[in-house]
Design a protein. Sequence first.
Length: 216
Amino acid sequence: MMAIHGRYALSSIALATAFMAVGSFGSALAGPRESSGGVQAKIEYCETCHGASGQGFYGYYAIPRLAGQQTGYIEDQLRDFSHGERHTPIMGPVARSVSPSEYSAIAAHFHAMNSAPLGGGSGGNVALGRDIFMNGIPESNVPACWACHGQDAHGAREIPRLAGQLPSYLIKTLSNWYEQRGTKSAHGLSAIMVPTTHNLTRAQMAAVAAYVSGLR
Ligand code: HEC
Ligand code: HEC
Protein backbone atom coordinates (compact mmCIF):
# COMPACT_ATOMS: atom_id res chain seq x y z
CA MET A 1 0.00 0.00 0.00
CA MET A 2 2.65 2.45 1.09
CA ALA A 3 4.83 1.61 -1.90
CA ILE A 4 2.03 2.28 -4.34
CA HIS A 5 1.18 5.50 -2.59
CA GLY A 6 4.87 6.50 -2.75
CA ARG A 7 5.08 5.88 -6.47
CA TYR A 8 2.16 8.10 -7.31
CA ALA A 9 3.29 10.75 -4.88
CA LEU A 10 6.66 10.80 -6.64
CA SER A 11 5.29 11.20 -10.09
CA SER A 12 3.36 14.32 -9.15
CA ILE A 13 5.83 16.62 -7.41
CA ALA A 14 9.34 15.28 -7.61
CA LEU A 15 9.10 14.16 -11.20
CA ALA A 16 8.54 17.73 -12.31
CA THR A 17 11.66 18.76 -10.41
CA ALA A 18 13.61 15.91 -11.96
CA PHE A 19 12.64 16.86 -15.48
CA MET A 20 13.43 20.50 -14.87
CA ALA A 21 16.84 19.58 -13.53
CA VAL A 22 17.52 17.14 -16.35
CA GLY A 23 16.56 19.88 -18.75
CA SER A 24 19.20 22.22 -17.39
CA PHE A 25 21.73 19.40 -17.64
CA GLY A 26 20.88 18.96 -21.24
CA SER A 27 22.18 22.43 -21.99
CA ALA A 28 25.31 21.88 -19.89
CA LEU A 29 25.96 18.73 -21.90
CA ALA A 30 25.64 20.60 -25.15
CA GLY A 31 29.06 22.15 -24.42
CA PRO A 32 32.11 21.10 -26.45
CA ARG A 33 33.15 18.16 -24.29
CA GLU A 34 32.79 16.67 -20.82
CA SER A 35 35.05 18.31 -18.28
CA SER A 36 35.69 17.74 -14.61
CA GLY A 37 33.50 20.82 -14.12
CA GLY A 38 30.74 18.79 -15.74
CA VAL A 39 31.17 15.99 -13.23
CA GLN A 40 31.24 18.51 -10.39
CA ALA A 41 28.00 20.08 -11.61
CA LYS A 42 26.36 16.67 -11.71
CA ILE A 43 27.52 15.84 -8.20
CA GLU A 44 25.98 19.09 -6.98
CA TYR A 45 22.80 18.13 -8.77
CA CYS A 46 22.75 14.73 -7.04
CA GLU A 47 23.24 16.49 -3.72
CA THR A 48 20.17 18.66 -4.20
CA CYS A 49 18.14 15.49 -3.63
CA HIS A 50 20.50 13.10 -1.79
CA GLY A 51 21.74 15.75 0.68
CA ALA A 52 24.84 17.97 0.71
CA SER A 53 26.74 15.30 2.66
CA GLY A 54 25.11 12.43 0.80
CA GLN A 55 23.28 11.59 4.01
CA GLY A 56 19.88 11.18 2.36
CA PHE A 57 16.88 13.43 2.67
CA TYR A 58 13.39 13.27 4.10
CA GLY A 59 11.05 15.18 1.89
CA TYR A 60 7.64 14.05 0.90
CA TYR A 61 9.47 10.84 0.14
CA ALA A 62 12.67 9.31 1.59
CA ILE A 63 15.65 9.84 -0.74
CA PRO A 64 18.36 7.30 0.00
CA ARG A 65 21.74 7.93 1.58
CA LEU A 66 24.68 7.64 -0.82
CA ALA A 67 27.44 8.52 1.69
CA GLY A 68 29.84 5.61 2.10
CA GLN A 69 27.94 3.56 -0.48
CA GLN A 70 30.00 1.03 -2.42
CA THR A 71 31.20 2.30 -5.80
CA GLY A 72 30.34 -0.92 -7.63
CA TYR A 73 26.80 -0.76 -6.30
CA ILE A 74 26.31 2.92 -7.23
CA GLU A 75 27.58 2.27 -10.76
CA ASP A 76 25.35 -0.79 -11.16
CA GLN A 77 22.27 1.13 -10.04
CA LEU A 78 22.97 4.04 -12.42
CA ARG A 79 23.24 1.52 -15.25
CA ASP A 80 20.06 -0.27 -14.17
CA PHE A 81 18.13 3.00 -13.81
CA SER A 82 19.26 4.26 -17.20
CA HIS A 83 18.38 0.96 -18.92
CA GLY A 84 15.02 0.81 -17.15
CA GLU A 85 15.92 -2.39 -15.33
CA ARG A 86 15.23 -0.72 -12.01
CA HIS A 87 12.01 1.18 -12.36
CA THR A 88 11.67 4.58 -10.73
CA PRO A 89 10.10 7.66 -12.23
CA ILE A 90 12.84 9.96 -10.92
CA MET A 91 16.16 8.22 -11.28
CA GLY A 92 15.57 6.95 -14.84
CA PRO A 93 15.82 10.39 -16.47
CA VAL A 94 18.49 11.49 -13.97
CA ALA A 95 20.72 8.49 -14.74
CA ARG A 96 20.29 8.94 -18.47
CA SER A 97 21.65 12.48 -18.11
CA VAL A 98 24.95 11.07 -16.80
CA SER A 99 27.50 9.58 -19.18
CA PRO A 100 28.76 6.09 -18.23
CA SER A 101 32.27 7.55 -18.39
CA GLU A 102 31.33 9.74 -15.39
CA TYR A 103 29.95 6.95 -13.19
CA SER A 104 33.19 6.08 -11.46
CA ALA A 105 34.09 9.68 -10.49
CA ILE A 106 30.60 10.32 -9.14
CA ALA A 107 30.53 6.99 -7.27
CA ALA A 108 33.98 7.64 -5.75
CA HIS A 109 32.82 11.04 -4.51
CA PHE A 110 29.87 9.60 -2.58
CA HIS A 111 31.80 6.56 -1.38
CA ALA A 112 34.34 8.85 0.31
CA MET A 113 31.67 10.69 2.34
CA ASN A 114 31.27 9.67 5.95
CA SER A 115 28.31 11.60 7.32
CA ALA A 116 26.43 10.53 10.44
CA PRO A 117 23.26 8.46 9.99
CA LEU A 118 20.19 10.62 9.57
CA GLY A 119 18.08 8.29 11.72
CA GLY A 120 14.34 8.82 11.58
CA GLY A 121 13.08 5.60 13.12
CA SER A 122 11.25 2.71 11.53
CA GLY A 123 8.97 1.73 14.37
CA GLY A 124 10.86 -1.56 14.44
CA ASN A 125 12.47 -3.54 17.24
CA VAL A 126 16.25 -2.97 17.12
CA ALA A 127 17.11 -6.13 19.08
CA LEU A 128 15.01 -8.29 16.76
CA GLY A 129 16.60 -6.52 13.78
CA ARG A 130 20.08 -7.30 15.03
CA ASP A 131 19.11 -10.93 15.52
CA ILE A 132 17.79 -11.20 11.95
CA PHE A 133 20.88 -9.46 10.58
CA MET A 134 23.25 -11.78 12.46
CA ASN A 135 21.36 -15.09 12.38
CA GLY A 136 18.66 -14.85 9.73
CA ILE A 137 15.32 -16.57 10.36
CA PRO A 138 15.94 -20.24 9.59
CA GLU A 139 12.26 -21.27 9.84
CA SER A 140 11.33 -18.71 7.14
CA ASN A 141 14.37 -19.35 4.92
CA VAL A 142 15.71 -15.86 5.56
CA PRO A 143 19.52 -15.84 5.42
CA ALA A 144 21.76 -13.90 7.78
CA CYS A 145 22.19 -10.51 6.12
CA TRP A 146 25.78 -10.07 7.28
CA ALA A 147 26.89 -13.00 5.14
CA CYS A 148 26.69 -10.72 2.09
CA HIS A 149 26.34 -7.19 3.48
CA GLY A 150 29.22 -7.62 5.98
CA GLN A 151 29.29 -7.67 9.81
CA ASP A 152 29.37 -3.86 9.86
CA ALA A 153 26.72 -3.64 7.08
CA HIS A 154 29.17 -1.69 4.91
CA GLY A 155 28.71 -4.00 1.92
CA ALA A 156 31.44 -4.65 -0.64
CA ARG A 157 31.77 -3.92 -4.35
CA GLU A 158 28.33 -4.53 -5.90
CA ILE A 159 26.73 -5.45 -2.57
CA PRO A 160 25.29 -2.32 -1.01
CA ARG A 161 26.10 -0.71 2.28
CA LEU A 162 23.02 -0.72 4.53
CA ALA A 163 24.63 1.06 7.51
CA GLY A 164 23.06 4.46 8.11
CA GLN A 165 20.50 4.08 5.33
CA LEU A 166 17.16 5.83 5.89
CA PRO A 167 14.77 3.38 7.56
CA SER A 168 11.71 4.29 5.53
CA TYR A 169 13.71 3.90 2.31
CA LEU A 170 14.84 0.42 3.45
CA ILE A 171 11.29 -0.68 4.25
CA LYS A 172 9.96 0.67 0.96
CA THR A 173 12.77 -1.04 -0.95
CA LEU A 174 12.28 -4.43 0.68
CA SER A 175 8.49 -4.37 0.36
CA ASN A 176 8.56 -3.21 -3.26
CA TRP A 177 11.52 -5.26 -4.51
CA TYR A 178 10.00 -7.37 -7.21
CA GLU A 179 7.98 -4.50 -8.70
CA GLN A 180 10.95 -2.18 -8.83
CA ARG A 181 13.91 -4.40 -9.64
CA GLY A 182 12.33 -7.59 -10.87
CA THR A 183 15.07 -10.08 -11.44
CA LYS A 184 17.10 -8.44 -14.17
CA SER A 185 19.77 -6.05 -12.98
CA ALA A 186 22.91 -5.59 -15.04
CA HIS A 187 24.62 -8.54 -13.39
CA GLY A 188 21.54 -10.44 -12.31
CA LEU A 189 22.27 -9.40 -8.75
CA SER A 190 18.78 -8.15 -7.95
CA ALA A 191 17.48 -11.72 -8.17
CA ILE A 192 19.52 -12.64 -5.10
CA MET A 193 17.26 -10.58 -2.84
CA VAL A 194 13.91 -11.78 -4.24
CA PRO A 195 13.30 -14.78 -1.92
CA THR A 196 14.43 -12.81 1.14
CA THR A 197 12.10 -9.92 0.39
CA HIS A 198 9.19 -12.36 0.01
CA ASN A 199 9.96 -14.20 3.22
CA LEU A 200 10.31 -11.19 5.53
CA THR A 201 7.17 -9.87 7.19
CA ARG A 202 6.57 -6.14 7.42
CA ALA A 203 7.47 -6.13 11.12
CA GLN A 204 10.70 -8.00 10.39
CA MET A 205 11.60 -5.49 7.66
CA ALA A 206 10.99 -2.63 10.09
CA ALA A 207 13.15 -4.37 12.70
CA VAL A 208 16.11 -4.92 10.41
CA ALA A 209 15.74 -1.33 9.10
CA ALA A 210 15.80 -0.04 12.69
CA TYR A 211 19.03 -1.94 13.37
CA VAL A 212 21.09 -1.14 10.26
CA SER A 213 19.94 2.48 9.95
CA GLY A 214 21.66 3.26 13.27
CA LEU A 215 25.01 1.73 12.29
CA ARG A 216 27.90 3.94 11.24
C1 HEC B 1 15.20 14.79 -8.21
C2 HEC B 1 15.80 14.08 -7.09
C3 HEC B 1 17.03 13.22 -7.37
C4 HEC B 1 18.19 13.59 -8.01
C5 HEC B 1 18.54 14.94 -8.64
C6 HEC B 1 19.08 12.45 -7.94
N1 HEC B 1 18.46 11.41 -7.28
FE1 HEC B 1 19.23 9.55 -7.01
N2 HEC B 1 17.48 8.94 -6.17
C7 HEC B 1 16.37 9.72 -6.00
C8 HEC B 1 15.30 8.92 -5.44
C9 HEC B 1 13.90 9.40 -5.08
C10 HEC B 1 15.82 7.62 -5.30
C11 HEC B 1 15.09 6.39 -4.78
C12 HEC B 1 14.46 5.67 -5.93
C13 HEC B 1 13.58 4.56 -5.44
O1 HEC B 1 14.12 3.56 -4.96
O2 HEC B 1 12.37 4.69 -5.57
C14 HEC B 1 17.19 7.66 -5.77
C15 HEC B 1 18.04 6.57 -5.79
C16 HEC B 1 19.37 6.61 -6.17
C17 HEC B 1 20.30 5.50 -6.10
C18 HEC B 1 20.02 4.12 -5.55
C19 HEC B 1 20.41 4.10 -4.09
C20 HEC B 1 20.24 2.77 -3.44
O3 HEC B 1 20.57 2.68 -2.23
O4 HEC B 1 19.81 1.82 -4.09
C21 HEC B 1 21.50 5.94 -6.57
C22 HEC B 1 22.79 5.15 -6.69
C23 HEC B 1 21.32 7.32 -6.95
N3 HEC B 1 20.03 7.71 -6.70
C24 HEC B 1 22.32 8.12 -7.47
C25 HEC B 1 22.14 9.43 -7.90
C26 HEC B 1 23.16 10.20 -8.56
C27 HEC B 1 24.58 9.72 -8.83
C28 HEC B 1 22.61 11.41 -8.86
C29 HEC B 1 23.23 12.58 -9.60
C30 HEC B 1 23.68 12.28 -10.94
C31 HEC B 1 21.24 11.39 -8.36
N4 HEC B 1 20.99 10.17 -7.78
C32 HEC B 1 20.35 12.44 -8.46
C33 HEC B 1 16.26 11.07 -6.27
C34 HEC B 1 17.21 11.83 -6.94
C1 HEC C 1 23.36 -13.88 -0.76
C2 HEC C 1 23.75 -12.48 -0.53
C3 HEC C 1 22.78 -11.58 0.21
C4 HEC C 1 22.15 -11.81 1.42
C5 HEC C 1 22.27 -13.02 2.33
C6 HEC C 1 21.37 -10.62 1.70
N1 HEC C 1 21.53 -9.69 0.68
FE1 HEC C 1 20.63 -7.88 0.56
N2 HEC C 1 21.50 -7.56 -1.25
C7 HEC C 1 22.34 -8.44 -1.90
C8 HEC C 1 22.72 -7.88 -3.19
C9 HEC C 1 23.63 -8.52 -4.21
C10 HEC C 1 22.05 -6.64 -3.30
C11 HEC C 1 22.08 -5.68 -4.51
C12 HEC C 1 21.01 -6.08 -5.50
C13 HEC C 1 20.94 -5.18 -6.72
O1 HEC C 1 21.98 -4.82 -7.26
O2 HEC C 1 19.81 -4.87 -7.12
C14 HEC C 1 21.30 -6.48 -2.07
C15 HEC C 1 20.50 -5.37 -1.79
C16 HEC C 1 19.83 -5.16 -0.60
C17 HEC C 1 19.07 -3.97 -0.27
C18 HEC C 1 18.90 -2.74 -1.14
C19 HEC C 1 19.78 -1.65 -0.60
C20 HEC C 1 19.56 -0.31 -1.25
O3 HEC C 1 20.35 0.60 -0.95
O4 HEC C 1 18.63 -0.15 -2.04
C21 HEC C 1 18.55 -4.17 0.97
C22 HEC C 1 17.69 -3.20 1.75
C23 HEC C 1 19.00 -5.46 1.43
N3 HEC C 1 19.77 -6.05 0.45
C24 HEC C 1 18.68 -5.99 2.67
C25 HEC C 1 19.03 -7.28 3.09
C26 HEC C 1 18.59 -7.87 4.34
C27 HEC C 1 17.72 -7.16 5.35
C28 HEC C 1 19.12 -9.13 4.39
C29 HEC C 1 18.94 -10.18 5.46
C30 HEC C 1 17.57 -10.49 5.85
C31 HEC C 1 19.88 -9.32 3.15
N4 HEC C 1 19.81 -8.16 2.40
C32 HEC C 1 20.58 -10.47 2.82
C33 HEC C 1 22.81 -9.64 -1.40
C34 HEC C 1 22.37 -10.25 -0.24
